[in-house]
Ligand binder design. Structure first.
Ligand code: 7PM
Length: 267
């Protein structure tokens, strides 16, 4: 079955001022809740790489991410993913027990590729056109599916040349990262081909603006749209879906699995 990666935000809660400890405690509780709901991977991010986010310094990202990674690893057997582009954060998070590096820059930042290769954990390579600050200004492709695939295969080659084993590479088309609504749709429809290649594919569409554009709903009302997208991505061959709503996605994937294969888990 397609595995579920739960998204964990470690940015400070703007409504409370309990400081780093309170933010860490809240994030760890949310991670444990997603594990109980069936998440296979918890993606811990310090927001430095989010589109439109203000850049976060290395120390600040370490302060947010490391205590959370340490606590999740101490309390569960779940795979912890670190969502970062900074080599210092990759190294420290893996030393703290993280088992996957999720980099929206696909290890293109200085030092990232060599550091990731030295850490011997799987890596997720995501496609993005441009930089988070300006990527949605005027995205252009002659053929989005072919260009994204070519980029991802080129980054996978660079990883293998740096010593990362083929079995440790995941590819991600990067929905919403330098793509118009039509680009995202065209890319999604090409998923069966991408997923049929040599690498497992991760798909992240949860609550994204393309789902807002398709449904007319604000971000807090995109649950049904997100679950529908996750199910169809799984149907197209995605190995992992990255989601906010773990319980609902796990239910939907169980139904897909049972109705498609005839095999159901009796409980
Ligand atoms: C604002 C806009 C905040 C967009 C957060 C986001 C992906 C990712 C993100 C993805 C992988 C979000 C995005 N998206 N990593 N990180 N794939 N591998 O919606 O699609 O979570 S940040």
């Amino acid at each position: 079955m397609t595995r579920v990666m739960g998204i964990l935000n470690t940015t400070p809660d703007s409504f409370s001022d309990g400081g780093l400890w309170a933010d860490t405690d809240r994030a760890v509780k949310r991670a444990l809740e997603m594990v109980a709901q069936g998440a296979d991977i918890i993606d811990v991010g310090g927001e430095s790489t989010r589109p439109g986010a203000t850049a976060v310094g290395v120390q600040q990202e370490l302060d947010r991410v490391l205590p959370v990674v340490e606590a999740i690893v101490a309390e569960t057997a779940v795979t912890v993913s670190v969502d970062t582009s900074k080599p210092e954060v990759m190294a420290a998070a893996v030393a703290a027990g993280a088992g996957l590096i999720n980099d929206v820059f696909a290890l293109r930042q200085a030092g990232a590729l060599a550091t990731a290769a030295s850490l011997d954990v799987p890596v997720c390579l995501m496609h993005m056109q441009g930089q988070p600050r300006d990527m949605q200004v005027d995205p252009f492709y002659a053929d989005v599916a072919s260009e994204v695939e070519a980029f991802l295969l080129q980054r996978a080659q660079a990883c293998e040349a740096a010593g990362i084993s083929r079995a440790h590479i995941l590819l991600d088309p990067g929905f919403g990262f330098g793509k118009s609504l039509q680009h995202n749709i065209d890319l999604f429809r090409a998923l069966p081909r991408l997923c049929d290649g040599d690498y497992p594919v991760l798909v992240g569409m949860s609550r994204k603006s393309m789902l807002g554009a398709l449904t007319g709903r604000p971000v807090e009302d995109r649950l049904a749209a997100s679950v529908a997208a996750a199910v169809l991505a799984a149907r197209h061959g995605a190995a992992v879906v990255r989601v906010h709503d773990v319980a609902e996605t796990v239910d939907a994937l169980k139904v897909l699995q049972a109705l498609e294969t005839g095999v159901h888990c009796s409980r």
